[in-house]
Design a binder for this molecule. Structure first.
Ligand code: NSP
Length: 222
């Protein structure tokens, strides 16, 4: 029987749920998140997205087929055209100018996560890299869906984080997430149990680094 993406989340279920349902995420949904924590997260996320765009560019470089190249391009477009554009506008609404973002020092959690993914991409193959990137693209798509189904989620003007939820529930982001899921399902169907074990470790580590990123926002740590 071939593996699927859902087998990766099943292999680290406790970490995956701790990421998706993190107190930071709950605070975004019910509008109780401290604004200073969100601002710190938002600033670091700008730096994070720049490095993740580089990681998708690395995936393009490591692609041997046109289909793989197109898939890497989709991920890069989701970051550059959907997320970073909205992110910069969103930061401006929160009084954070783009020039200031570019000059920020990187927090340790940002450094650890982004360099882990880039290193995984350099030492491993294209599938290692996509698996390391998956908690980012697939996770935020799932988080948006989880928040929209939660009865305590506040929508509209009563929630200062409504536009953030809107960004990740948008058709563009959800379509990019589904395209990545399809690509991963097709590749995972062909791996051996030993290889799946290696990939599960990459996925678990990246998921834990996502948890640390939320926590960095909550604690406002450098
Ligand atoms: C830390 C983090 N992880 C994931 C995403 C969604 N691309 C993000 N913007 N920031």
């Amino acid at each position: 029987m071939g593996y699927r993406f859902s087998d990766l989340t099943a292999a680290c279920q406790a970490d995956w749920r701790a990421y998706i349902e993190h107190p930071f995420v709950r605070g975004l949904g019910d509008a109780t998140l401290d604004e200073g924590a969100f601002r710190h997260y938002l600033q670091q996320d700008y730096l994070f997205l720049i490095h993740f765009a580089r990681a998708y560019a690395l995936a393009a470089y490591k692609s041997r087929t046109l289909a793989d190249l197109r898939q890497a391009h989709e991920g890069l477009k989701a970051i550059l055209d959907v997320e970073l554009g909205l992110h910069v506008d969103y930061c401006r609404d929160w009084g954070i100018a783009e020039e200031d973002l570019a000059a920020l020092p990187e927090a340790r959690a940002t450094l650890a996560y982004t360099r882990y993914v880039l290193d995984t991409g350099h030492r491993g193959d294209l599938l290692d890299l996509h698996v390391a990137l998956a908690p980012c693209l697939v996770g935020y798509g799932e988080i948006a869906r989880w928040l929209t189904t939660r009865p305590s989620t506040v929508r509209g003007q009563a929630n200062p984080y409504d536009a953030w939820i809107g960004m990740y529930e948008s058709d563009e982001f959800q379509d990019a997430m589904h395209a990545e899921l399809e690509w991963l399902d097709a590749r995972l169907a062909e791996v051996t149990p030993g290889r799946f074990q290696e990939l599960s470790e990459v996925f678990r580590d990246a998921t834990r680094l996502e948890i640390d990123f939320w926590q960095m926002g909550l604690d406002r740590t450098d």
